[in-house]
Every structure is written in C-alpha cells, then in structure tokens.
Design a protein around this ligand. Sequence first.
Ligand code: BYC
Length: 472
Amino acid sequence: MISAEKIPNNVNLSSNKRLQRALEHWQPKYIQWWRDMGPQGFQDYHQVYVRTAVSVDPSGWAHFEYVKLPEYRWGIFLADPLPDRRIGFGDFYGQPVWHEVPGEFRNQLRRLIVTQGDTEPASVEQQRWLGHRCPSLYDLRNLFQVNVEEGRHLWAMVYLLHSYFGRDGRDEAEELLDRQSGNRDKPRILEAFNEPIDNWLDFFMFTMFTDRDGKSQLMSLSESSLDPLSRTTRFMLTEEAHHMFVGETGVSRILQRTCELMREAGFSEDVRKVGGIDIPTIQKHLNQWFSLSLDLHGGEVSSNAASYFANGLKGRAKEETFDEHIVKDAFYRMEFFEGGRPVTRDVLMRNAMNEVLRDWYVSDCATGVERWNRILEHAGVSERLQLPDRKFNRRIGMYSGFYFDPHGVAMSKEEWEKRRNEWLPCAADREYLLSIMAGPVYRPGTFANYIAPPRRGINQKPVDFEYVRTEQ
Ligand code: BYC
C-alpha cells in the first residue's frame, strides 16, 4: 500500500520496512482525520489545482496537477545533507551533528517535535469551514494548498517520531490526530491553535502572522544538532514562504479594495456601507493575530529555552550571523514590569532565547506591515496600520495577567474591559465580516466585493483560470 508513487520521498522509504510498517498503520488514520477534520464539503467532488512536492530540487517543486484533496500525495522530504555539518551553537559547538537521537535529550527533542507537529493539523482544523465563504476560486485554491502543505508538515514530524522515537514516537503520532483545535477536553497544545478562524480576514492574518511564527520556529529548529530535524525543517521552510505570501497578499488585496471603496464612498464615509472592510477592523484583526503569535514564542525568561540552546537542540534564527555561538556569559537587556512600572534588567542570554527569537519575528512582521502601508500611501489614504506593543493582549510570559493598550500603556482590568472592543475584534465585527462573506464566489475570475483580484495567477495561469473544478 505504501509506495514511492503514493508517498513521494527522498528518505529511501521503499527499503525501510520498519518505517513502512509504522506508516501503513498511521496513514489510514491520517486519511480518516483529513476527511473528518479537513476542508468540509470539498473532499469528493472537487478537483483542486495544487502543487505537489515530488523532490527537493527546484523542478520537483514546480509539479502542478488537479487532485481530489484526499488523494493528494503527501510526501516525506529532507533537504539535502550539508557535507561535514558541525553543531553550530551551545555546549557541543563544533562537534559533528547527530544522526540519531542522544538518549539524554530524547524527551526534550520529542517534546519540541510534538509541539511543532501539533500545530500543523491544528491549523487545518481551524480553517476547515472557510471554503464555503471563499472570495474566489483563486483564494479557495490557495487555502487548500496551504491546508495540504500543513498536512505534509504533519507527515514530516510523524516521520521523525516514527523513525527516531520508537514506541513513544508511534503513540505521539496517534495523539497528533487525536487532539482537536478548540476541543475543551483535548485541545491543541499552543493557544493560538485553538482559536476559531471562520472568516477570511482572520485566515489572511493567521497566514501572515502565525505562519511567520512557523517560519521563526522552523528557522531555529533547522539549526538543530539533530541532523534529520534540521534537514526536515529546512525543507518545510520553502513551503512556509508560500503561506506567508497568501497572508500578506490577501491583506494587501483587501486594503487595495478598501481604498477603492473609500474613494467611491467619499473619504468620510464608513466603508462598511459599501460592503468593504474598514481599516480600523483590519487593525483589530492585526492586533489579535500578532499578539497571539507573540505568545507562541513562549515566556521571555525561559529555562526550557536555555536548556534547548545549551544542548544544541534549538538555536537562533540565522545562527551563523551571530558572532558568538556558545553564549555562556552574555547578557540580554530586558524590560520587566514590576510594581506597575517598567524596570530594565540584564538576564543571561541563554535564558532570553525566546525573546531573541521574538525580536527577529517582530522585525520581520514590521517589514510586512510597512509594505501594507505603502498601499495606503499610494492610494492617498492617511491612515496607517501598525504593530501593537509587545505587551498588548499577552497570555503567555511576564505580561500575562496585566493589561496594556496597543501603545504599551498599562491600565486597570476595568479600563481594559471597557476599551477592549476598540482594539480587538468584537461580536459585531465578526457578524459584519460573516455577512459580507455569507456565500462563496465560485465563478472563475470573479472576486468578492471586499477584495481586489491578485496581480497574477498561480503557475503563470491567468487569474480567471478554473483553479478548483466541481464535478457534476
Ligand atoms: N500556548 O519556558 P516557556 C507553525 C508553555 S507555528 C500554550 O516560556 P518554552 C505553524 C510551555 O509549553 C510554530 N502554552 O516556553 C504556523 C511550558 O509548559 P510546561 C510551532 C505555552 O518551553 C501556522 C510553559 O508554557 N513550533 O509551525 O520555551 C500554521 C512555560 O514555557 C505557550 C514550535 O512551537 C503557548 N503559546 O516554549 C501551521 C516549535 N508557550 O513546561 C503551523 C516547538 C509556552 O510548563 N516549540 N507554553 O508544561 C518550542 O520551541 C517551544 O515549545 C515554544 C516555547 C516556542 C512553544
């Protein structure tokens, strides 16, 4: 049943009987999960024009075909090995990388891989109803492309669990299909992956900000001394780039359309009256997903992060760009919030590794927001989007339990409750978004009123190409 034809791979699957047996056991459960928890209503009668990775070289990347979603060929790929690769950071700096899991780091590595793996099916679950409200066939196809690739990322983590963690790994692989986004009894591990995504503005913000956390976490895991983890995550990063493209351009197209509608309606008119999405609503959704994604980087001071770094399991994004890689005596200057006031203190850099990665993440997000603002500027609109302060709306780390406005000004719980709806999406916003996304737009080349068409189609196809075909 398991073959290279069905599961494209570069891990020599055909000669690894043990792995084949494990995957033969897991695969039917995966397909059942995909049918139950994947895109609802688009499993049996729709052909989707998707890209399937069939090898790691650039030509293997450009493989496009129409497939029914459950028949997508989820493959297992590791980026090519780097000759004589050495451990790039931490206490074992300079030693050869590991091709097996060292016993003493087994639990920590398993935990990292499970946490990463858990986010992949979670996002598919979160987005499973969106197809019924798609703004176009182009967007529908992009949603499904993202979904099948998140499914492939799950395969990537399950491959590692099955190959390197024996019985425990097999149990963990089953549990990855068992937990469910938003389920009260068995939720997904990280909070952002339990939030519902039932409208396309949330989807685009999620792929812009939360997939970008995927990028920063994958970059840091790709530095890992465990070479198979490094190579797997390096290949995943190529797919992650497309997800962020979907998010960034999705919001860009909404902004562009908002500007057009503002012009039509007159600048002082509420753009909602002409069926668009007003900039304050866009800002609120930005605030929501940016702050949730900041939480995904963990606590500011973390002994877990220090230990991951010391043991060479998880490095910093672009570790090679730092001058020093052992980082034993270095300090990081950090702002704490004590007695209602900010206080600056130095902490050991190793304990601040989550914050170091968050710094990288924030600056990467800021660049994207600048590009959005250029659209507003070109349209002659004076409003601008901005990232809220890091302290805003945090539930993980030292700011959780306190209340700050988007500029980082502290406030009481009562004041926060009173003003929360100015900064974060509220029931009325959600209702409005659902009202303008009530039905799907299935006619090729046609777009919902609140979003502009993309500049070009996928794989040099025209924008009005039939990216998703319905069987009669
Ligand atoms: N929610 O020492 P701390 C992606 C827990 S996204 C709930 O501060 P640590 C994707 C933590 O587990 C990338 N709990 O943090 C995107 C710990 O629990 P215990 C996913 C949280 O350990 C879109 C406690 O709080 N990849 O790929 O350094 C679509 C204290 O933790 C949260 C990864 O995350 C939270 N947000 O953890 C699809 C990489 N944050 O020990 C996919 C793997 C922390 O008290 N994970 N906790 O039980 C890691 O590297 C780390 O586990 C974390 C930070 C970055 C999550």
